[in-house]
Write a protein that binds this ligand. Structure first.
Ligand SMILES: N[C@@H](CCC(=O)N[C@@H](CS)C(=O)NCC(=O)O)C(=O)O
Length: 329
C-alpha cells in the first residue's frame, strides 16, 4: 500500500486530546490470545508469531522485557520501528540508517499502518505498537501490551527450556494484589504522564499532575519496606511500572511537564528499586535511551516544535541499588 493513499485513512496522528482538553487513550482493537492448547485458534508454536515494537514506547517495552526474561527470543521474532513517529505514523528503517531499528522482514511494510490494513482493510483506529502478528494466519493476534505480557508469561511454556518454564510474573497467590496495583498505577502513572503531557487545558494538566505525584508518593512508601512492589518477588506490577519510571527523569519530567519532583532526587526508594529492576539479568538489553529521548522530543512537535533533545539520560542505573541500612527485607 502506498503511503499517500494510506495516510488519508485512520485518525490524525497528532490529534491527541478530546474537546475538554483531556487526553484519552483509545481501547486496543485486536484482542485474541495465543494459548498453550494445540487446538486453540492461535496455538503456541515456535517461529509462528512476530512482535512489532518501538524501543521508545513504554507499552511495547513491557512486552520486550517479558520476551527476554522468559527466554522467548528464539521463539518469537521482533521488528523495531524507527524512533521518529512522523505524519504516517511508525516507520521501518534499516539499522544502518537508524541503529537499533530494523526493516520489516516479515511483511515488507514501510509503515506500521500497512500491517494494520493487512489484518483489517477497514481498520479506522490508531496504528499503535506493540503488535503481535501471526505469520500463519497473516493477521494481528493482539495489540494490547497488558495482554501480550500475560501470553508471554505462560502460553509458550511448553516450548521453553525447564529453567524458563517455571518463571511467572503473575503468580496465583498474588494475582488479586497485582490487579489492584495495576489498576491505579495504570490510570495515574503509566497513562497519567500522558494525561499531563497531552493535556490541552491548564485545569486538566494540574489535576492529572497532582494525581500522578500522589501515586508516586504512595509507591515511594510501599518501596520503603518492600524490595519490589509486592515484597521479595518481582512481578508484572513491577514490570509495568518500570517502563514508565525509566523514562521519567529524562523525558516526562521536562517534555510532559511532570515536574513537581524528579525520581533521582525526590524518590530515593523508587530510585533504588529502578536500579534493581534495571540490573536484573537481561533487562538493560531492552533499554535504548537514544530511541526513547529522540522519539518523544522529536515526534511530538505540537509540544516541542524545535525538536531539541535534552542532554540528560536520567540517573545512572548501573550504580549499586543501595538498600536502606534498616531495611526489613
Ligand atoms: N493500549 C496500548 C497502547 C499502546 C500505545 O499507545 N502505543 C503508542 C506508542 S507509546 C503508539 O503506538 N501510538 C501511535 C498512535 O497513537 O498513533 C498498549 O498498551 O498496548
Amino acid at each position: 500500500m502506498s503511503s499517500s493513499t494510506s495516510s488519508t485513512k485512520g485518525p490524525e496522528i497528532t490529534k491527541w486530546h478530546s474537546k475538554d482538553g483531556e487526553f484519552r487513550r483509545q481501547v486496543s482493537s485486536f484482542r485474541n490470545f495465543v494459548q498453550s492448547d494445540a487446538a486453540a485458534a492461535f496455538p503456541a508454536e515456535a517461529g509462528r508469531y512476530h512482535l512489532y515494537v518501538s524501543y521508545a514506547c513504554p507499552w511495547a517495552h513491557r512486552t520486550l522485557i517479558v520476551r527476554k526474561l522468559k527466554g522467548l527470543e528464539d521463539i518469537i521474532g521482533v521488528s523495531v520501528v524507527h524512533y521518529l513517529m512522523g505524519p504516517n505514523g511508525w516507520e521501518f528503517s534499516s539499522p544502518d540508517e537508524v541503529p537499533g531499528a530494523t526493516l520489516d522482514e516479515i511483511n515488507g511494510a514501510k509503515y506500521m499502518r500497512e500491517i494494520y490494513f493487512k489484518a483489517e482493510p477497514e481498520y479506522a483506529a490508531r496504528f499503535t505498537v506493540p503488535v503481535l502478528w501471526d505469520k500463519k494466519k497473516q493477521t494481528i493476534v493482539n495489540n494490547e501490551s497488558s495482554e501480550i505480557v500475560r501470553m508471554f508469561n505462560s502460553a509458550f511454556d511448553g516450548l521453553l527450556a525447564p529453567e524458563y518454564r517455571g518463571i511467572t510474573f503473575y503468580p496465583e497467590d498474588l494475582r488479586q494484589q497485582i490487579d489492584e496495583l495495576n489498576e491505579w498505577i495504570y490510570d495515574s502513572v503509566n497513562n497519567g504522564v500522558y494525561k499531563c503531557g497531552f493535556a490541552a487545558a491548564q485545569e486538566a494538566y494540574e489535576k492529572n499532575c497532582h494525581a500522578l505525584f500522589q501515586s508516586l508518593e504512595r509507591i515511594e512508601e510501599i518501596l520503603k519496606t518492600n524490595e519490589f512492589l509486592l515484597g521479595s518477588r518481582f512481578t508484572e506490577a513491577d514490570l509495568r511500572l518500570f517502563t514508565t519510571i525509566l523514562r521519567f527523569d529524562p523525558v516526562y519530567h521536562g517534555h510532559f511537564k511532570c515536574n513537581l519532583k524528579q525520581i533521582s532526587t525526590g524518590f530515593p526508594n523508587i530510585l533504588r528499586w529502578t536500579r534493581e529492576v534495571y540490573q536484573l539479568p537481561g533487562v538493560k538489553d531492552t533499554v535504548n535511551m537514544e530511541h526513547i529521548k529522540k522519539h518523544y522530543y522529536m515526534s511530538h512537535t505540537q509540544i516541542n516544535p524545535l525538536q531539541i533533545v535534552p542532554l540528560s539520560n536520567g540517573p545512572n542505573l548501573d550504580a549499586p541499588a543501595v538498600k536502606p541500612a534498616t531495611r526489613p527485607y
